[in-house]
Design a protein around this ligand. Structure first.
Ligand code: COA
Length: 250
């Protein structure tokens, strides 16, 4: 099932940037071979990340998220999921090789806009955003109240104040919403969470950015962030262009 929604706060006649968002659930059942071998469509870095994940359930989630990303990008770029190549941009904070992930291959069309993307996984869900503009996306399952209490002191003082009057499910839900706004910004800028944790107040719109909440499955929250100069036309999909191969077909 696919549902589309479009929003814009652009004046009439403003050019809208198309943004595709996929919020998809991992299929039930085992998709990875029990012998620990990696599926052929993962690259070397993905294979070594996969091998470092101790539990089978974690490996299954990682593999699904990376299939989902490859499926979406392959469909956008007109190539197979396995032939998408990735690189890491330099971190804007320290210059290290852990900034925003980007597409290395296939080579971009010199006449076209570069394709940007962002990915997030939580529980059995994956969120992927694809755009011609810088974008960051995050999805989170609702945390436990204990986890909320543990992270609260590390938020921006205005965020702590904003959450301060809440309790129970309302606190957990609004904390999760705020957190996805922070992570969406952390990924859009490429700086990671340390740069936004207590330094950026996400109860409103950060200067130069537009952060939007997405309709997420029950028990989840999701948000994305784009530069404020960009006016988006968002389409949300619930199914991948190509489903993850069954174990027998990997
Ligand atoms: C990047 C970060 C916000 C991701 O959040 P998370 O809760 O761990 O995980 P999510 O599932 O939501 O997102 C993970 C995806 O974000 C993307 N990602 C990782 N680093 C990123 C960055 N710097 N910018 C944008 N996206 C990034 C990747 O696609 C990653 O997927 P993968 O781990 O399967 O390859 C978080 O891990 C973080 O802040 N890391 C610290 C980055 C760092 O070391 N900075 C040092 C600054 S000097």
């Amino acid at each position: 099932m696919t549902h589309d929604f479009t929003w814009s706060d652009a004046p009439p006649g403003e050019v809208l940037d198309p943004v595709g968002i996929w919020i998809v659930r991992a299929p039930a059942g085992q998709r990875l071979p029990p012998d620990g071998s990696a599926p052929p469509w993962l690259d070397e870095k993905e294979r070594s990340r996969l091998a470092s994940i101790p539990q089978q359930s974690g490996r299954e989630s990682y593999a699904f998220a990376h299939w989902a990303l490859r499926s979406v990008l392959g469909s956008s770029l007109g190539c197979s999921p396995g032939s998408v190549g990735f690189l890491r941009q330099p971190c804007p904070g320290c210059g290290g090789a852990h900034g925003r992930p980007a597409i290395r291959s296939p080579a971009p069309d010199p006449a076209g806009e570069p394709l940007e993307f962002s990915m997030s996984h939580s529980g059995d869900h994956v969120a992927i955003a694809v755009a011609e503009a810088t974008i960051g996306i995050d999805i989170e399952s609702w945390p436990t109240p204990e986890s909320v209490a543990g992270y609260l002191p590390f938020l921006h003082p205005r965020e702590q104040q904003w959450l301060g009057g809440r309790a129970g499910d309302e606190l957990v839900r609004d904390f999760a919403r705020l957190w996805t706004r922070k992570e969406a910004m952390a990924k859009a800028t490429g700086q990671g969470m340390a740069a936004v944790m207590n330094r950026l107040d996400l109860t409103g719109q950060p200067l130069g950015w537009r952060v939007r909440q997405l309709l997420a499955p029950p028990g989840y929250e999701a948000s994305f962030a784009v530069p404020a100069s960009v006016h988006v036309s968002v389409t949300v999909y619930e199914e991948l262009p190509q489903p993850m191969p069954e174990l027998a077909r990997t």
